[in-house]
Each structure stands twice: as structure tokens, then as C-alpha cells.
Design a protein. Structure first.
Length: 145
């Protein structure tokens, strides 16, 4: 009995296979195809928007800006003019609250002023009807320790 053990090509070295193994390539392509099929319905969802048509509205009037400065000792100034008392400041705030359009109030406190002075000014502005209030110059507090 004899057994055939491969093609006897001579020296016993196996022949080199030159064909490319396409099985992993087909597997990758199938995975990509499945991912594409799963993501297509997500992309097809549409959001209905009612876009305005016609001419845009006219530009609104820019509100006046009022600068309130608070010095290190608690001295308050309204657009550079010193304010003598809280009653005068309150009357200026009420007057500003009733103008149309309401001016923007920019509060610029000094780095050394106590917080209670700034908080008191903001509470007074809220009581007097100011709705547009902002703190300006906060970059001076960034590195304060």
C-alpha cells in the first residue's frame, strides 16, 4: 500500500500560494454594508421649518448705555458724574426704567470695593424696575486671590 503525500515537486518545500485570501476582505465589506444600511434611515429624517418670507423687519433702535462706576471706597458715579446719595441714585434708576427703550446699565465695580456695595446697587436697580443690567470689567477679577 502506498500513500500519496502531495505533489512531489522535488526538494520537499511547499509551493507558495500567490492568490490573495479574499475572505477577510469580504467580511469587512459586509460589515460596512450593514453599517451603511443601518445609518441611512437616520439621515433621512427631515425637520420641517417654517422659514419667514418677505422683507426682514427694520433694524431696532440701539438702547442707550448708562455707565455706573463704583470706586474702591464705595463712591458711585453715573456716566462720570458723582452720585451724592442712594435717593438720588434710586431716582436716576427709576427715570431710566421708565424711558423707552430702557437703557442698558453697565456696572463697573472696582476690584477693592466690598461686595455688599455692588449687591446693594443691583438690588436697588431691580427694585426700581431695571431689566437690562450687566457687570463690566470682570477681567480684573480673573487673577484675584
Amino acid at each position: 500500500m502506498a500513500m500519496n503525500v502531495g505533489g512531489g515537486g522535488g526538494g520537499g518545500e511547499p509551493e507558495v500560494m500567490v492568490e490573495m485570501n479574499t475572505t477577510p476582505l469580504i467580511d469587512v465589506m459586509l460589515v460596512l454594508l450593514i453599517m451603511l444600511i443601518l445609518t441611512i434611515p437616520i439621515q433621512m429624517h427631515a425637520v420641517g421649518l417654517n422659514l419667514p418670507s418677505g422683507k426682514p423687519p427694520a433694524a431696532q433702535v440701539q438702547p442707550k448705555v448708562v455707565q455706573i462706576d463704583i470706586d474702591f471706597d464705595g463712591t458711585i458715579s453715573w456716566n462720570g458724574a458723582p452720585v451724592d446719595s442712594n435717593a438720588q441714585l434710586s431716582s436716576l434708576l427709576v427715570q431710566a426704567a421708565h424711558t423707552s427703550p430702557q437703557p442698558e446699565i453697565h456696572v463697573r465695580p472696582n476690584k477693592l470695593v466690598p461686595y455688599r456695595v455692588v449687591a446693594g446697587l443691583m438690588a436697588m436697580a431691580q427694585r426700581d424696575g431695571i431689566t437690562k443690567l450687566g457687570l463690566v470689567g470682570n477681567d480684573q477679577f480673573a487673577n484675584a486671590s
